[in-house]
Write a protein that binds this ligand. Sequence first.
Ligand code: R2B
Length: 299
Amino acid sequence: MAEKFCLSNPNLTDEDHLYHIALSTSDNLPQRFGDVKYVCMGGKERRMQKFAELLYDTLGKPKNSELTEQPTPGHRLKNISQSGGRYCFYKVGPVAIVNHGIGNPSLSVVLNEMLKLIHHAGCTDVSFFRIGTSGGLGMKPGTVIITKQAYNGLLENCYRQVICGKEIRYPADTNPQLAEDLLKCAKDFKIEAIAGNTMGTNDFFEEQARLDGAFCEFSRQEKSDFLKRAHDEFGIRNFEMESCCFSGLCARANLKCAIVCTTVVNRLERDDVTADKSLLEEWEFYPQQLVAEYIKRSC
Ligand code: R2B
């Protein structure tokens, strides 16, 4: 029998409150969530709601889903964390779907609580996925990047966390087998995708060498030197703001993870996104399609 996922924190007890996702250990977590095998996270609430609905159809309307009492077209699933007012959370068969907002701090809060949820629920063999959009580096917009290693804004392959006034570094790598399986799904769907390294920053503007934020005191030359170095020396193929925390905390919990992000701009050419709404929607859909297909094939 597969071993139940267990966090190593000795301070966790049978009574726990997961404030930000509005659940606690008195909410029948093993009965409701003990079958979860996949946790899918992404920034926007609306995108994750749509992804949950897509999964509901892709997996053939699994019985062990949490449904809303008053369904409307495209809104059949219950937002389990609605009363918390911070994040959305849907359950579709063996999949938990959650949004994480922007950046490592927002992600860290909900990821801690999702890890505690699968611990209290006694889940087995859980994999974590992050889907989203990103700025590409030398990639044709619309290309999907499946992250191999995450690098922070200092070009270090780690997640730096401050604990009791000290900085600790955790490895920030993803699972190679998951990446390979997702690339295979992309090939079958004829979606352009590559495995590459990702830079996860704590800022959208200057830390990603954008010239168009509220502030900019570096030159165009400094910008292009930095981007070229990231591309050529570190194999960075896209920028986003969560990969270090996501891969760092999953690895720390001994869980497999994958990060699948579409690129919406080539940062070697420009800073702003010029694609129209319908093209952006099409590109944003690729990671959802790939992860939904992966889950369908493997569950
Ligand atoms: C990609 O897009 C967001 C910033 O616009 C951020 O969450 C990210 O990683």
